[in-house]
Design a protein around this ligand. Structure first.
Ligand SMILES: *Cc1c(COP(=O)(O)O)cnc(C)c1O
Length: 454
């Protein structure tokens, strides 16, 4: 073992012990925390998180892909303080408020008013549930109640409530609940890493599209919608595909009269280089789910943007033809205001153009990894970077993620590989010196993790 020991204050250890007793942590086998350190985060500033011992960690994964403009961002903070003193919450049934209205208008404008209506919820999984229900109910209201099945893409991830798990294809999260789940049709992934001899990413996409076509040809009368993570299947391990896959999906969904749902919960808000990932394919979906970065990583907020013809399918004198879905905190004013402040930052700071420059810099800084003997598939899409570590021993591969995490922590870096895939999804505010630092520390953490068993 060549991990430097971490020395903590008594206070630090006390918080960790209390958390392990009282808090049931998400996506975690709690017993692993007998060995694996929990980080008691005391405060955040910019890209840095500080623990109870005063140690700092660069938040290389934007706190689970939500933080865009750093922790305690002064401009988002100021907007929230103002909102807090004006209106903290009001229900969105029967009432409305300025922040929700402005947010719905501005997001619609960002789609050139193609997606004219915003339905609010609180987290990503609920947005997915809403999109699925909306699609089914639209067809039902139009007299096609038989369209009640969904298509999802292999290795796709859409959240972990029961409905969302039905369109998720990650065995680790799903298998235990199989008897409770209504399964969707799973089509081939367009993951560019599957390219065979002589194939490029576009050819892999074309192959995957053929799989969709065959299914739609046979079953489109029973199918309501296809759901896809545009450009990057993040939870699958940053699996990236060619934009022609999305263009092809749009054409197939039009031809077979099936809704296209774009889950931009992780890839939206500039992550892939454009505000919406779908823009790179020159298409709009029928329903688009947003969450994670939309509130700048401040508060739980999600939205489903829909085309006007979907909205129109519910507009009727009959109550039961309406979309009677709700959550208590739907359209929470604080969350909406954080989102407005986030959109303000995009507009005032020319974020997409600046991000393109920063991504080029990080790409150059990471380039040496491309020739590392134990690295495959160094890849990038916008501000998402990933590579796969190659380990010959299955046991070492199984523990790779946890070991890498600890090596990175000891180098002031917070990264959580997915299996043997190391990825960076940093906040947009990193300065050039921080970007090169991030690349160097990632490389060092990899070498330290690989060296452990040499
Ligand atoms: C995170 C994520 C979700 C689920 O969002 P939660 O807020 O965690 O429920 C759904 N889809 C994608 C693509 C995601 O990355």
């Amino acid at each position: 073992m060549n991990r430097p020991p971490l020395i903590h204050g008594a206070d630090h250890d006390d918080w960790v012990a209390r958390s392990r007793r009282a808090v049931w942590h998400p996506c975690t086998q709690m017993k692993h925390h007998e060995r694996l350190p929990l980080i008691p985060v005391a405060r955040g500033a910019g890209p840095w998180l500080y623990d109870q011992s005063g140690r700092r960690y660069l938040d290389g994964i934007s706190s689970w892909w939500v933080n865009l403009f750093g922790h305690a961002n002064p401009r988002i903070n100021a907007a929230l303080k103002d909102q807090l003193d004006t209106l903290e919450h009001a229900m969105l049934a029967g009432c409305t408020h300025r922040s929700a209205i402005e947010l719905a208008e501005r997001l619609s404008a960002l789609t050139q008013h193609t997606l004219g209506h915003a339905f609010f919820a609180s987290d990503g999984a609920s947005a997915v549930e809403i999109a699925l229900k909306m699609s089914f109910h639209t067809w039902r209201n139009r007299g096609h109640a038989g369209k009640r099945e969904f298509i999802c893409v292999a290795h796709g991830y859409h959240g972990e409530t029961l409905g969302a798990l039905g369109v998720t294809d990650v065995a680790l999260f799903k298998d235990a609940y199989d008897p409770l789940i209504r399964q969707a049709h799973v089509v081939a992934s367009p993951d560019a890493r599957q390219a065979q001899e002589g194939e490029d990413a576009a050819a892999v996409a074309a192959r995957a599209l053929e799989d969709v076509r065959v299914l739609l040809e046979a079953r489109s009368n029973s199918i309501a919608a296809l759901i896809v993570e545009p450009l990057v299947q993040c939870a699958a391990g940053m699996a990236m595909h060619h934009p022609s896959y999305l263009t092809g999906l749009r054409a197939l969904c039009d031809r077979y009269e099936v809704h296209l749902i774009a889950d931009e919960i992780a890839v939206g808000c500039g992550r892939t280089g454009t505000f919406f990932a779908c823009e790179q394919a020159g298409i709009w979906p029928d329903l688009l789910c947003l969450s994670k970065g939309i509130s700048g990583g401040y508060l739980p907020l999600s939205l489903v943007l829909s085309r006007d013809d979907i909205f129109a399918a519910f507009y009727d004198d009959d109550t039961t033809r309406g979309f009677l879905h709700s959550h208590s905190y739907t359209g929470n004013p604080l969350a909406c205001r954080a989102a407005l402040a986030t959109l303000d930052l995009f507009a005032s700071d020319n974020v997409l153009a600046v991000n393109a420059e920063k991504s080029a810099l990080l790409r150059t800084a990471l380039a040496p990894l491309a020739v590392h003997p134990q690295v495959r598939n160094l890849r990038q899409c916008g501000t998402i970077f990933a590579f796969d570590a190659v380990l010959d021993d299955a046991r070492h591969a199984r523990t790779f993620s946890r070991r890498f995490f600890e090596h990175a922590l000891s180098r002031e870096l917070l990264l959580r590989p997915i299996g043997t895939t190391v990825y960076l999804m940093p906040p947009y505010i990193l300065e050039p010196d921080e970007l090169t630092w991030l690349a160097a520390r990632t490389h060092e953490s990899l070498d330290a993790t690989l060296l452990e068993h040499c």
